[in-house]
Design a protein. Sequence first.
Length: 299
Amino acid sequence: MIKKIINIGLTLFLLIICGAAPGGSDEIMDRIERTGIIRIGFRQDAIPFAYLDPVSGEHIGFSVDMAGLLAENLSKHFRKKIRIQPVVINTENRIPLIVKHEIDVEMGSSTYNLEREQTVDFSLMFFISETTFMVRSQSAIRTMDDINGKTVGAAAGTTNLSALQSMVQIKRLKSVNIKIIKTISQGFTDLKKGVIDALCLDRTLLNVMRIKDSDPNALTILNFAISYEPYAYIVPENNSDFRDFLNNTIRWSLNTNRFYEIYGRWMGATGEYPIKMPPGFKEYLNVIAFPMKPSWWED
C-alpha cells in the first residue's frame, strides 16, 4: 500500500510539471511582494512537524524549518526581506482558513486526498504515515477485532476520523463508540486517564507522543493500519505560481541536502524524535529532485 501511495505521489508530480501554464495574476505572490509577509498556518501539537515550543512559545518543527526555507527563497525572488506571519490553526479550521484566503499556506502534517482537493490545492508530498491506534499497554487490545465495542478517540477534521468512520460504516469495526476530540493533546490525556480505550491517529504522531511520555512502556501502538497518510502542504486554489514556488523550494531543499538536514534534526537516528523513513520513500524523493538552475528563484 505504501508503494501505491508513492506511485500516486509521482503521478501528482507529473501532473504538476506537465500541467497547463498558469494564466493571469497570482494573488498570493502579488500580495507577498506588496506586503513583505507570508501568512503560514501552523498547528500547536503536530509534533515533530509543527508545534509550540513550551519554553519560547514559538512554533518549531520540521515543517516550520521548511517554512523558513520558503521565506528565504521568496526573499531572494523578490529581492527584499519576506517575513513569516505565523497563524495558529487546528484540524478543524485549517482548510476553511485556506479557502477564505486568511492564510497563504498550511505547513504541518496534513494528508493529501481527493476529497480535500475539491476545495484546495496541495504541494508535492513530503512524507508518508498511516492511521493506526494507540492503547494502554495493560489493555487486551492488540488486533482490529479487539477494538469492537470500545471507545475510540479521533480528532475532528482529520483523515484519521474519516478512516475510522469508514471502518464502522463497512462493519469492519462494530459497536465502536467514537469520541471526537478537539486536539491531539486532549486525546492523549483521555487515553491515559481511561476516558477512551484507543486513540486513532497518524503512526508518526503516535510514535512521538509515546517517546515523549514519562512512561512509554505504558503505551502500545498497534501493528496494523486502517489507512495511509501522504503528507503535503495546503495552498489555495488558482495560485499556481505560488504552488510552483513552494514545490520548487521542496525540490531545491532535496537537491541541496537541506531537506535531509532538517529531517535529520527532527526525525533522524540522532534527532529529536527518531522516526524511520517509510520504505521506498527515499526513491520517491530522488525522483522529484531532478536538477534545477542554481538560482531558480530569479525566474
